[in-house]
Design a protein around this ligand. Structure first.
Ligand SMILES: [Zn+2]
Length: 106
Protein backbone atom coordinates (compact mmCIF):
# COMPACT_ATOMS: atom_id res chain seq x y z
CA UNK A 1 0.00 0.00 0.00
CA UNK A 2 1.61 3.23 -1.09
CA UNK A 3 1.96 6.07 1.32
CA UNK A 4 2.99 4.10 4.36
CA UNK A 5 6.56 3.51 3.39
CA UNK A 6 9.15 5.95 2.25
CA UNK A 7 9.55 6.11 -1.51
CA UNK A 8 13.32 6.16 -1.45
CA UNK A 9 14.70 2.88 -2.69
CA UNK A 10 15.94 0.76 0.18
CA UNK A 11 14.40 2.92 2.91
CA UNK A 12 11.86 1.11 5.03
CA UNK A 13 11.60 3.46 7.92
CA UNK A 14 7.92 3.99 8.59
CA UNK A 15 8.21 5.88 11.86
CA UNK A 16 9.55 9.16 10.55
CA UNK A 17 7.19 11.82 9.33
CA UNK A 18 6.58 11.70 5.61
CA UNK A 19 6.53 14.42 3.04
CA UNK A 20 4.52 14.61 -0.13
CA UNK A 21 6.15 15.08 -3.51
CA UNK A 22 6.09 18.58 -4.96
CA UNK A 23 3.01 19.25 -7.03
CA UNK A 24 4.09 18.45 -10.57
CA UNK A 25 1.74 21.07 -11.99
CA UNK A 26 3.40 23.84 -10.04
CA UNK A 27 6.94 22.57 -9.63
CA UNK A 28 7.55 20.20 -12.56
CA UNK A 29 11.34 20.41 -12.37
CA UNK A 30 11.45 19.90 -8.64
CA UNK A 31 9.06 17.00 -8.93
CA UNK A 32 11.33 15.41 -11.51
CA UNK A 33 14.31 15.95 -9.26
CA UNK A 34 12.61 14.16 -6.39
CA UNK A 35 11.84 11.25 -8.68
CA UNK A 36 15.42 11.01 -9.85
CA UNK A 37 16.74 11.20 -6.31
CA UNK A 38 14.41 8.51 -5.02
CA UNK A 39 15.61 6.27 -7.81
CA UNK A 40 12.42 4.25 -7.70
CA UNK A 41 12.08 2.96 -11.22
CA UNK A 42 8.41 2.08 -10.87
CA UNK A 43 7.47 5.68 -10.28
CA UNK A 44 8.90 6.95 -13.55
CA UNK A 45 6.04 5.35 -15.45
CA UNK A 46 3.29 6.59 -13.18
CA UNK A 47 1.25 9.73 -13.82
CA UNK A 48 2.73 12.56 -11.72
CA UNK A 49 -0.65 13.12 -10.07
CA UNK A 50 -0.63 9.61 -8.72
CA UNK A 51 2.87 9.94 -7.35
CA UNK A 52 1.93 13.23 -5.76
CA UNK A 53 -1.13 11.83 -4.05
CA UNK A 54 0.13 8.39 -3.09
CA UNK A 55 3.83 8.55 -2.35
CA UNK A 56 5.86 10.11 0.43
CA UNK A 57 9.49 10.66 1.28
CA UNK A 58 10.45 10.43 4.92
CA UNK A 59 12.16 13.08 6.94
CA UNK A 60 15.45 11.20 7.09
CA UNK A 61 16.29 12.35 3.59
CA UNK A 62 16.10 16.05 4.27
CA UNK A 63 18.58 18.34 5.92
CA UNK A 64 17.87 20.69 8.80
CA UNK A 65 17.84 23.68 6.50
CA UNK A 66 15.08 22.14 4.41
CA UNK A 67 12.60 22.83 7.17
CA UNK A 68 11.07 26.14 7.99
CA UNK A 69 9.00 27.13 10.95
CA UNK A 70 6.62 24.54 12.37
CA UNK A 71 8.76 21.85 10.79
CA UNK A 72 7.22 22.48 7.39
CA UNK A 73 9.25 21.34 4.46
CA UNK A 74 10.31 24.30 2.36
CA UNK A 75 8.93 24.57 -1.15
CA UNK A 76 12.41 24.39 -2.59
CA UNK A 77 13.55 21.38 -0.59
CA UNK A 78 14.51 18.09 -2.15
CA UNK A 79 15.78 14.82 -0.70
CA UNK A 80 19.54 14.86 -0.22
CA UNK A 81 20.44 12.48 2.58
CA UNK A 82 20.57 8.68 2.76
CA UNK A 83 19.80 8.29 -0.89
CA UNK A 84 20.54 5.21 -2.97
CA UNK A 85 22.39 7.19 -5.62
CA UNK A 86 25.81 8.70 -5.43
CA UNK A 87 26.44 11.16 -2.64
CA UNK A 88 29.93 12.61 -3.12
CA UNK A 89 30.64 13.18 0.55
CA UNK A 90 29.51 9.72 1.50
CA UNK A 91 31.34 8.04 -1.33
CA UNK A 92 34.69 9.60 -0.54
CA UNK A 93 34.20 8.76 3.11
CA UNK A 94 33.52 5.14 2.27
CA UNK A 95 36.45 4.82 -0.09
CA UNK A 96 38.79 6.26 2.53
CA UNK A 97 37.41 3.88 5.13
CA UNK A 98 37.84 0.96 2.82
CA UNK A 99 41.44 1.73 1.98
CA UNK A 100 42.26 2.08 5.66
CA UNK A 101 40.52 -1.05 6.76
CA UNK A 102 41.06 -3.50 3.94
CA UNK A 103 43.05 -5.80 6.17
CA UNK A 104 40.08 -6.09 8.48
CA UNK A 105 37.77 -7.53 5.86
CA UNK A 106 36.59 -10.93 6.98
ZN1 LIG B 1 13.07 7.26 3.87
Amino acid sequence: MPGIYCTVEGCWDSKESKHRFPNSNIYPELFRKWLDLCNKKALFDLPPNLVYSNYRVCRLHFAEEDFGRNNRLLKTAYPKLRLPGIMPATVSFISISLSNTKLLVL
